[in-house]
Design a protein around this ligand. Structure first.
Ligand SMILES: Nc1ncnc2c1ncn2[C@@H]1O[C@H](COP(=O)(O)OP(=O)(O)OP(=O)(O)O)[C@@H](O)[C@H]1O
Length: 206
């Protein structure tokens, strides 16, 4: 069981308050939608959540099976799919998946070839990522995040670059693979976060 607690979490860049005094608790099986207009701080909160940048004040506590997890270890328990994260373009899809799953354990029920099939990329397994369309890259990012056996998943604008069929694919995937994990979705599109059990708007924390 994973638990995340934000206590009076506050972030400021120079003179700009991004969010102030944010308190919330998330436990395994729960999911959070973070909404807010462009530039309201969704991606910033996500980066704080995963320890990539520090809070200005307040605290984020991670506990796994009632044991506190240190900031430097958060990374091994989470995955992120976000538009600003690059994929290694020189790898083929198969090489990328093999590389990724050397660092993160794959969900026990899945093999690399099954993942390629779920991504609808069977005929592109040997093609280099640099030759993938933006929608294909987005499916790969979501696959890397969802099919890793981690208790915490962060998704920033998860259906960006996906067409109608891709959006339906994302929604089906979330239904099937969320399992007992915590998922945080930064988005302004209800279709991306309809399944979430909690929702906050960053405009309420200025
Ligand atoms: N490293 C940084 N230094 C200074 N300001 C920053 C930095 N990163 C982000 N900001 C500012 O923080 C604010 C929030 O940006 P952020 O990217 O978190 O918003 P967002 O809600 O994710 O936006 P969008 O919906 O457009 O993706 C913006 O005003 C941005 O310019």
């Amino acid at each position: 069981m994973l638990k995340i607690q934000l206590e009076e979490a506050t972030k400021r860049f120079q003179y700009e308050w991004i969010f102030k005094n944010l308190n919330l608790t998330l436990e395994s099986g729960q999911s959070l939608a973070v909404t807010g207009g462009n530039g309201s701080g969704k991606s910033t909160l996500l980066k704080c959540f995963c320890g990539a940048i520090p809070l200005t004040s307040g605290k984020i506590n991670y506990t796994l099976e009632n044991q506190s997890v240190s900031d430097s270890d958060w990374f091994s328990h989470l995955t992120i799919a976000a538009p600003y994260m690059e994929l290694p373009e020189e790898y083929s899809l198969k090489e990328l998946l093999e590389f990724h799953f050397k660092f993160k354990t794959c969900l026990p029920s899945l093999s690399i070839s099954e993942i390629i099939e779920i991504l609808y990329l069977e005929s592109h397994a040997q093609k280099s990522i640099s030759q993938f369309s933006s929608g294909m890259k987005q499916r790969v990012k979501l696959g890397l995040a969802l099919f890793s056996d981690v208790p915490l998943i962060f998704l920033d604008e998860p259906t960006s670059n996906l067409d109608k069929k891709g959006i339906q694919w994302y929604q089906d995937l979330m239904e099937k693979y969320l399992q007992d994990r915590i998922v945080v979705v930064c988005s302004n599109e209800p279709r991306e976060y309809e399944f979430c059990t909690q929702k906050i708007s960053l405009e309420d924390y200025k």
